[in-house]
Design a protein around this ligand. Sequence first.
Ligand SMILES: Nc1ncnc2c1ncn2[C@@H]1O[C@H](COP(=O)(O)OP(=O)(O)OP(=O)(O)O)[C@@H](O)[C@H]1O
Length: 251
Amino acid sequence: MSEEIVLHVKGLKKAFGAVIAADNLDVQVPAAARLSLIGSNGAGKTTFVNMVTGYMKPDSGQILLYGDNVVGFSPRRISRMGVCRSFQIPQLCESMTPVDNLIVAGTIASRQKASFFRPVHDRQNVDRALEMLARFGLTDYADQPVEQLPGGVRKLIDIAMALVSQPRVLLLDEPTSGVSSEEKFPLMDRVMAALAGEKAAVIFVEHDMEVVTRYADRVLAFYSGDIIADDTPERVLADPKVQEFVTGTAR
Ligand SMILES: Nc1ncnc2c1ncn2[C@@H]1O[C@H](COP(=O)(O)OP(=O)(O)OP(=O)(O)O)[C@@H](O)[C@H]1O
């Protein structure tokens, strides 16, 4: 049986003046993908993520979400269609607790309007936020202001916020950036465990090849706006072009 394709990018192009950031990209992402985007600085990874999530409009090409072309849709509309993202620098309300951040994310995702009869802090919203924190192993941090929490925990909260809306496609921009080498595997283990029960294709931008090898089942290697390799981590990392232009491991 063929796999369901949730996201199909076709002939996607984006240039900034003379810089080609996306050079006619074609990518199909199946429902259960664990897809990593690699490439040196400026290769076009974030541009790809920004276009798929509606933060940047391509010059041409299509972004098909379950067959519908979403080019030109706002980030909010695309997120309501099930494409959510976390950011390289977590986008959290610093003075609020993780629970309150998650309640706000959940309220926005469910398009609820707060009222006297249905306050934002109703039982259902609070329970859902607590359940999500528990899934990420963050219950102990529930009531501390985010600004007092370590970087790894903030990353996890940002990802948990993207997950409250039960996305079909989840894009993570450098989930381990700014995280110590001791913390990176425990952090990714928690992320992957939290995602295990979700039917979300996961696409993550990553510079750490150990993380890529351990958590991705497929890798796209970007170079100068082009995808120069698309295969399993082992095959991509053994590709001479990738070793020359991405990992710098060519002999
Ligand atoms: N808003 C913009 N205006 C002008 N140039 C841009 C813009 N966004 C990206 N670029 C350029 O497009 C190219 C691709 O950038 P992009 O951020 O997608 O690369 P990246 O692979 O994500 O790099 P990094 O790993 O450093 O985040 C780079 O040359 C970058 O300078």
